[in-house]
Write a protein that binds this ligand. Structure first.
Ligand SMILES: [Mg+2]
Length: 252
């Protein structure tokens, strides 16, 4: 079976999963030493506007007028890239944009922290059970997120998940998702040794591509805005509707 055919099989199996016991085989999702989770859409969906409004208010504060984020691909992007794209699209020279990003980022973080009580996390199905079980089995857990660090940590705390994770990489000095994933992978290897087997878990095609860019396996969960078919096209090692599906695979 060539690579393309393998992907088609994976997508079909994932699409039909809820109605068909014929599951994709061969991927041992329990066989890793560490798991690195994306936050938005993977661990939780945030049913509030706090993060979005922080962008708008920060830009307004620095530039004195609103700049729209409308139409930008925010899911699977990073806070720095979203800012960069929005400001460049508004015609601001790149040199000025890059000079203003640290101030905007700091404003955003402060605003999200100040409004943390307004965050409305909706945990993705079976996430607490999965984290608990992995931890009890001696697995090590980390976060790889396109959020600015203070924002990502505020979200984890509001979701009651911050205690599970011992290493993390966020969008800070890193701009692209692949850079963030690489940094998270290095943090895991630094802690656990170079031979440690690490798997990413994400909810966007960008997560799949970033993990592959680091040469790491990835489980894609369709708990964000992307469907199994959209996720499957990028060739994740496993593509499932939600984390709760994982236990079905453990019976194979
Ligand atoms: Mg996500």
């Amino acid at each position: 079976m060539n690579k393309k055919q393998a992907h088609v099989t994976l997508v079909r199996a994932a699409e039909g999963f809820q109605h068909d016991d014929e599951l994709p085989r061969g991927f041992d999702w329990r066989g890793f030493d560490a798991y690195l989770f994306d936050i938005d859409g993977t661990l939780a969906n945030f049913r509030d506007q706090v993060h979005y409004e922080a962008y708008c208010n920060a830009i307004q504060s620095i530039y004195g007028h609103p700049i729209s984020l409308e139409g930008l691909a925010v899911n699977g992007s990073t806070d720095r890239l979203i800012l960069l794209e929005a400001l460049l699209r508004a015609g601001i020279p790149e040199k000025d944009v890059r000079a203003s990003i640290p101030g905007i980022a700091d404003f955003m973080c402060t605003e999200v922290e100040r409004r943390a009580a307004e965050l409305r996390p909706e945990l993705c199905p079976a996430v607490p059970r999965l984290l608990e079980e992995l931890k009890q089995n001696g697995k090590r857990l980390g976060v790889a997120s396109g959020n600015l660090e203070r924002i990502g940590r505020a979200k984890l705390k509001s979701a009651g998940l911050d205690e599970y994770f011992e290493f993390a990489a966020f969008c800070g000095t890193h701009e692209t998702r692949t850079q963030i994933f690489q940094s998270a992978l290095e943090a895991a290897h630094k802690k656990l040794g170079k031979k440690a087997k690490v798997c990413f878990v994400g909810d966007t095609p960008a997560d799949v591509l970033a993990a592959k860019g680091c040469g790491a396996p990835v489980i894609a969960v369709a708990t964000g805005i992307f469907s199994l078919v959209e996720l499957g096209k990028e060739g994740p090692d496993m593509c499932i509707p939600a984390c709760e599906t994982l236990w079905r695979y453990s019976r194979l």
